[in-house]
Design a protein. Structure first.
Length: 74
């Protein structure tokens, strides 16, 4: 898997894992930064699937096909 764009840069965003504890349960959250969601053209309520690669890598996959990004006209 190539982690670099055409210029050799990695597009990455740091975020924290959050935990909400309740009386009988707990819920873990990872937020998707707005800039990343917009760059990836996500839509509200879009379904995704987490894939565990190993204990260090977690991959988020879309469950729908996505059209290639269009180049902006200058």
């Amino acid at each position: 898997m190539n982690r670099f764009d055409k210029k050799g840069y990695i597009m990455g965003f740091k975020t924290k894992v959050q935990l909400i504890k309740r009386d009988k349960s707990e819920q873990w959250y990872v937020n998707l930064p707005s800039a990343l969601a917009q760059a990836m053209d996500f839509s509200k309520s879009e379904q995704v699937e987490w894939q565990v690669q190993d204990r260090k890598q977690l991959v988020l996959n879309r469950l729908r096909d996505v059209e290639p990004a269009r180049k902006k006209k200058r």
